[in-house]
Design a protein around this ligand. Structure first.
Ligand code: EPU
Length: 336
């Protein structure tokens, strides 16, 4: 075990915030993790790819970075493949592995920053697919008992950007590996999300492959979302709010073009990016921080921002949207 002291997390969070961890270590396998947990009785924080956190201060205690690697097929049967992936594998590297091996099902989630072990926590999703659609089970280490446990899809209780790991198992479970079920042929391509279909048509694609879908997703993401290696950001900063049909109809009277995704007969999801743009904040900049000019859901660090500047901008944005629409938008990123 190699524990470093007063370690800068700048390279380990996609906002590029220069906060320090009092103590920092990585782990490469479950045994490694168990022995660290056994010998450490102070505060612990677990970091995946650092692409969904906002560091507002130096972190007390030990920051542990999951570096459990490995991608292996554990079962192959009539065109279906069960694949087991280490929690520390970079999500997009896993997608590249799937494309290279003709495994379909998660290509719509190309280029999402972060790690495989973090994906189930917030049930990552994009362009009509969520990781839960291909999720089978996972293994986690319990910080208290130090034992490993398996959870099935139902037990993870996935919702929109939500799971048991944000609730009952928060600060308890450390995800060591995840199993997904993918298609080896007879792919069920999902191009239902408007922008994908338009991009494929624009590229003159007729019989669509999983590689075409991935290429389309990558080009859409690159056109809207800032690259964290160029401009610090954590993707969508807020969740898209789910509101009642009544509230929706009231807003629609004034804004007939409001985009919406029906959830059920009584509720509807509204893009927070639209609400923020309509509140006049798209492209807004305050010193070192701002709201991205191409996607208002993304807060950005233009230089040497402090986490607190981003937090103030987030509160300002929440207040402006509330003032205008009476809707309370909530952060999607974890605030440390
Ligand atoms: N919109 C605006 N103004 C904006 C941004 C969006 O009017 O500044 C409108 C768009 O015109 C469109 C609608 O809002 O009608 C939806 O926009 P978009 O397709 O860009 O998706 P989103 O709802 O803003 C969600 C996810 C993204 C994911 C995309 C694509 C959340 C919180 N975000 O964004 O996820 O990539 O859909 O599926 O659900 C992330 O989680 O970090 C992330 C980037």
């Amino acid at each position: 075990m190699n524990i470093k002291e007063n370690f800068s997390l700048k390279a380990f969070n996609s906002f590029g915030l220069d906060q320090k961890a009092k103590w920092f270590s990585t782990f490469n396998d479950v045994n490694d993790l168990q022995s660290i947990l056994k010998s450490w009785d102070e505060e612990i924080h677990v970091l995946g790819g650092g692409s969904n956190i906002l560091l507002t201060k130096d972190v007390d205690g030990l920051v542990l970075k999951n570096e459990i690697q490995g991608i292996k097929v554990i079962k192959e049967e009539s065109g279906k493949v069960l694949i087991e992936v280490g929690g520390g594998v970079i999500w997009h590297n896993f997608i590249l592995h799937c494309l290279k091996n003709n495994l379909g099902g998660l290509e719509n989630l190309s280029l999402i920053p972060g790690t495989v072990g973090a994906a189930p926590i917030q049930n990552i999703g994009a362009y009509g697919v969520e990781q839960k659609d291909r999720f089978v089970s996972l293994e986690y280490v319990d910080r208290g008992t130090l034992k490993t446990y398996k959870l099935t899809k139902n037990e993870c209780d996935f919702g929109y950007r939500d799971s048991i790991f944000k609730r009952e198992l928060k600060n308890i479970a450390i995800i060591s590996k995840v199993i997904y079920a993918l298609d080896h042929h007879e792919y069920k391509i999902n191009t239902s999300y408007g922008a994908i279909q338009e991009t494929l048509e624009h590229n003159g694609i007729q019989s669509t492959t999983i590689q075409d879908v991935s290429d389309a997703v990558i080009s859409i993401r690159k056109s809207k979302l800032p690259d964290p290696s160029q401009i610090g950001n954590a993707g969508s900063f807020f969740k898209n709010p789910i509101i009642t049909m009544d509230a929706f109809h009231t807003i629609k009277c004034e804004y007939p073009n409001i985009p919406s995704y029906p959830i059920d007969d009584e509720t509807v999801k509204i893009p927070a990016g639209w609400l923020i743009e309509q509140s006049g904040l798209k492209g807004y900049r305050l010193g070192n921080v701002g709201i991205h000019e191409k996607q208002a859901l993304v807060l950005v660090n233009y230089g040497d921002a402090k986490g607190n500047e981003l937090l103030s901008l987030a509160h300002f944005t929440i207040d402006k949207v509330h003032e205008k629409f009476g809707i309370e938008i909530e952060p999607e990123v974890n605030i440390w």
